[in-house]
Design a protein around this ligand. Structure first.
Ligand code: 5RP
Length: 322
């Protein structure tokens, strides 16, 4: 039996005044307990939750949901495991056999950052970690870097990306404009499907990684719509970098350092306002990568001091953790 529009408004006005059989035959799958609502919590204001990440309060639900997969809502921070280096460097040290070196580390990360190639060939789809997808690609270290294009957004959907990572080369005479346009397009495409974008600041050899430059590069990314910035740590005035950018910053680890120094760097960055690390070489090139990533986690999420974190690293390494 079809219901006429006039009857439909009667149902909305007074559901329980209509004979149950009538409702059953038209709209309701199970009408046995249909009755008017009573528990409206009158006098209790509906909670209006803020969002825990800096500058992300006005984003769409889908963006917030993805960001809350990448960053812990409890600590506000993340440990991303970066192993996308091969896309410009080939089989760099520690990444020759990612099935052996990287897969065992994934469980200790909050998020993985890699290319679609690595993802499809070695990352188990059952790993349960959100993906920061390397979304731009182009030239390799054998020519000059940053001559990049971006991927189809459908590819990001297919692999269920939580974040689109895009290289932005502020100050690169040849490719600055191209990479900022890539960022802009990525933000537009990601916004269609509520996938946030991470601007990755590429610092050319001729540029100085100081607070002035890193603030400039990070701010350019944020102003052009990046939701997260990945940049390098600098010892002097790093809090100037985190404070001059209205969205969360995570630091890249950069070249391999002795473990203690890498832990000190992670601690200093968090202390200066970073919302985590997106670390590669200082983890997978460590003497004991699983010990290292666990020690980094303690710093990032629990504020462990570097001395204690280094001791933890040594203890885990000594107890056979590699
Ligand atoms: C390479 C990258 C890396 O993901 C980034 O540099 C992080 O790795 P590392 O800690 O080794 O610097 O963007 O293009």
């Amino acid at each position: 039996m079809l219901l006429h529009t006039a009857n439909f408004s009667v149902i909305l006005d007074s559901l329980d005044s209509i004979h149950p059989i009538f409702i059953h035959e038209t709209y309701m799958a199970d009408n046995d307990s249909v009755q008017g609502g009573k528990n409206f919590g009158i006098g209790i204001p509906q909670a209006s939750e803020g969002f825990f990440l800096k500058g992300c309060g006005h984003l769409d639900w889908g963006m917030k949901s993805r960001l809350a997969q990448v960053f812990s809502p409890k600590s506000g921070c993340t440990v991303m495991l970066a192993f996308d280096h091969g896309y410009i460097m080939g089989p760099t040290s520690g990444l020759e056999r990612m099935d052996l070196s990287i897969v065992p580390l994934i469980e200790y990360s909050d998020c993985i950052m890699c290319t679609r190639g690595a993802l499809r060939s070695i990352v188990p789809p059952t790993c349960g970690k959100p993906l920061s997808l390397r979304y731009s690609a182009g030239s390799s270290i054998l020519t000059y870097l940053n001559d990049e294009c971006i991927m189809d957004i459908e590819e990001a959907l297919r692999v269920n990306a939580a974040l689109l990572a895009i290289m932005v080369a502020v100050g690169d005479q040849k490719h600055e404009g191209l990479t900022i346009r890539n960022l802009t397009k990525t933000v537009d495409l990601g916004t269609k499907y509520s996938i946030p974008t991470m601007g990755v600041t590429a610092v050319g050899k001729e540029l100085v990684r100081d607070a002035r430059y890193l603030s400039m590069a990070s701010r350019v990314c944020a102003e052009n719509g990046a939701h997260i910035i990945k940049t390098y740590y600098c010892e002097k005035d790093f809090e100037q970098v985190t404070n001059s950018v209205p969205v969360p910053i995570v630091i890249a680890g950069g070249k391999k350092l002795p473990e203690r120094e890498a832990l000190e760097m992670a601690y200093a960055a968090i202390n200066d306002g970073a919302a985590g690390v997106d670390m590669g070489r200082n983890i997978f090139q460590s003497d004991a990568p699983t010990a290292m990533i666990q020690s980094v986690r303690e710093i990032v999420h629990n504020g462990m001091k570097p001395d204690q974190a280094y001791k933890m690293y040594q203890d885990l390494k000594a107890s056979g953790g590699n």
